[in-house]
Write a protein that binds this ligand. Structure first.
Ligand code: MN
Length: 230
């Protein structure tokens, strides 16, 4: 067996509530513009269009409870609270009514965004990576298993910054439901165990500053905290 030139990066994984094994991460898919009020606040018409996807590297993940540095290159660093789906089984071209069978569990997540860079990329008709896919941009709480919480389709999704409520909605307001997203995504990708899907954020996104403390929760999928370093 050949040796590596340098030590490969360690596998990325997430805690599972109540278990002493970790959930290894493969890929991170994200859905854009999936709550009508957020679509409107971003300047678009929430008429039912095809779901919009982007991806983040698994190396962007940081656990809930982290203190992360304010990222470079931005003056408009935004919070987005989201329901995260953890895929536990392979799935390809899944019908909507079978899509939930590949879900292992759910978590509360933050899709942290360099909004100024994302909007600039969008206006140049370029990729969103520089605004979305960067170190510590995918925050995740513990995964709660389907066995424990079932499949949350309704319930409060909320986020506060320094105890001031900024985002407050309900999972019922998702334009594309979890099974619809999984079915649609599985027409374009062969979903694999370890894939995560960030399902989109409700309205109320906004900037955070150095020293801010974020708290949030998503129905029965758990809670999340994040501190922005000074
Ligand atoms: Mn998002």
């Amino acid at each position: 067996m050949s040796k590596y030139l340098f030590e490969p990066p360690p596998p990325v994984s997430v805690e599972i509530a109540g278990l002493n094994v970790r959930f290894p991460i493969n890929r991170i898919f994200c859905v854009g513009r999936n709550y009508a009020a957020h679509v409107r606040e971003m300047g678009f018409d929430p008429d039912r269009e095809e779901p919009c996807y982007f991806t983040k590297s698994a190396r962007c993940l940081a656990p809930s409870g982290s203190e992360i540095p304010y990222p470079p290159g931005t003056e408009n660093y935004h919070h987005e609270i989201e329901l995260v789906v953890a895929i536990g089984r392979a799935g390809f071209e899944l019908p909507v009514d079978a899509a939930l069978s590949v879900v292992y569990g759910y978590a509360c997540g933050l899709d942290m965004t360099r909004r100024d860079l994302q909007v600039a990329s969008r206006e140049n008709k370029g990729p969103w990576d520089i605004g979305k896919d960067f170190e510590n941009s995918a925050i995740i709480g513990q995964i709660r298993t389907v066995e424990e919480i079932g499949h949350p389709a309704s319930g409060r999704i909320q986020l506060s910054v320094n105890d001031e409520l900024r985002q407050d909605s309900d999972l019922e307001n998702l334009i594309w439901s979890v099974p619809e997203i999984i079915a649609h995504l599985s027409r374009f990708y062969r979903l694999e165990p370890g894939d995560l899907i960030y399902t989109g954020t409700p309205d109320g996104v906004g900037p955070v500053r150095r020293g801010d403390h974020i708290t949030g929760s998503v129905a029965s999928a758990g809670e999340i905290t994040l501190t922005i370093g000074r």
